[in-house]
Design a protein around this ligand. Sequence first.
Ligand SMILES: Nc1ncnc2c1ncn2[C@@H]1O[C@H](COP(=O)(O)OS(=O)(=O)O)[C@@H](OP(=O)(O)O)[C@H]1O
Ligand SMILES: [Mg+2]
Length: 451
Amino acid sequence: MPINCWRLTAGVPYVSGNGRVIHRFTSNHVGSVLFSHHQNSAKHIFSVPKFNQSYSSSIIEEQKNLGVASAEPEIFYKELDVAVRAVQMACSLCQRVQDSLISKSKDQVHSKDDSSPVTIADWSVQAAISWLLSESFGRKNVSIVAEEDVKKLSKADASGLLAAVVNTVNECLAEAPRFGFQGPDMALGTSDVLEAISHCNSSGGPTGRFWTLDPVDGTLGFVRGDQYAIALALIEDGEVVLGVLGCPNYPMRKEWLSYHHRCHRIKTRLTPPTSDSWHQGLVTYALKGSGRAWMQPLLHANKKFVWPNSARPVCVSSIDDPALATFCEPVEKANSSHSFTAGLAHTMGLRKQPLRVYSMVKYAAIARGDAEIFMKFARAGYKEKIWDHAAGVVIIQEAGGVVTDAGGHPLDFSKGIYLECLDRGVIASAGAKLHDKIIRAVDASWDSSSL
Ligand SMILES: Nc1ncnc2c1ncn2[C@@H]1O[C@H](COP(=O)(O)OS(=O)(=O)O)[C@@H](OP(=O)(O)O)[C@H]1O
Ligand SMILES: [Mg+2]
């Protein structure tokens, strides 16, 4: 298939097929190559910002597999590039903290005011990513909705905890050059770290651009040495435009997964990283409308990050027969009714045991084709937060899957920090056929459920 490319000139408008000016390129884009492609009726244009020319090789590779079309503006490459690198750094931070949590005592796990667990990794990742985004795009241009605040850290008896967070953030940022960022000139002080965490105080909404960040999603999995995720997404005018999920314990190769026979959780075989081919974790990501989702391994210690960092496309499973499908759900009954999903599974003819996985790794598992269905039905009154879903939704959709609420409506990220209008629960699947079956099963079972 032929590929359209143009070389760009600063200030020259690019005009789409219907004559509409879709983007006026700045000097940042000079020398960039503009591609267009067409897949699944979506029309998009990609430009490669000048700041990161090495990115163009992965784009070119991607375009080889795509058709041709004219244009819609999707200029989020710099955002994607920064987000992937930042999440890579956060994965490295979390691995260090998780290793020390597992080998040391449990007194490193703290409770927030709502009694949910939190560790130094949650605050440290939030501070580090907030700082990196502000450095990359300018503080005033960066608005972030994120899970943590500084309430607990600012308490008089939390000085040791705060010092540990500051230390962890600085250890992480000292590695910035390895990931292609310029690190701070000198180590961040306590006030810088608190400021970076507090900067994530946006409440989202229907207009403008903001990031959502769950610094450690699946904190229970994290403290138990199991699966967890770092989730970063960009939302513009209520739509998720890009999503990045760091999954430090989810291996690149499915055959390296071992399934725990009793509880069916994904577990990583704890083989030591003796060679470059061994990858314990991955980062998966997608740009809305690109028709592609990707995964790349975590960066090995002492290696320098170079795009595309061995990225390869991911794709949802082709299984559409419920008898062959695997569904995944939260580990904790308190977070999603296992008895309701067991009833749905029976109604739909799902025969396999559920795969219970902590965190948004469930979204990654669907996007990668390791499972076909994800269902979450929280107790009545619980409101899902946007940072727990945004990144996963766009990755599954671009990998070819479907994500809706139980009424079949898209999740609405435009109503502030909660998915306000969510109908009953969240359903993700590998395709429309399975999806319709789940929604019909929910309708048939809902009235007799206790939810
Ligand atoms: N009661 C209740 N019901 C539903 N959901 C809740 C509830 N309480 C919390 N949360 C949110 O669920 C996030 C964890 O979801 P998981 O799918 O990872 O659940 S589980 O740990 O596997 O059981 C968890 O994310 P983290 O706090 O980042 O771990 C919460 O945002
Ligand atoms: Mg979460």
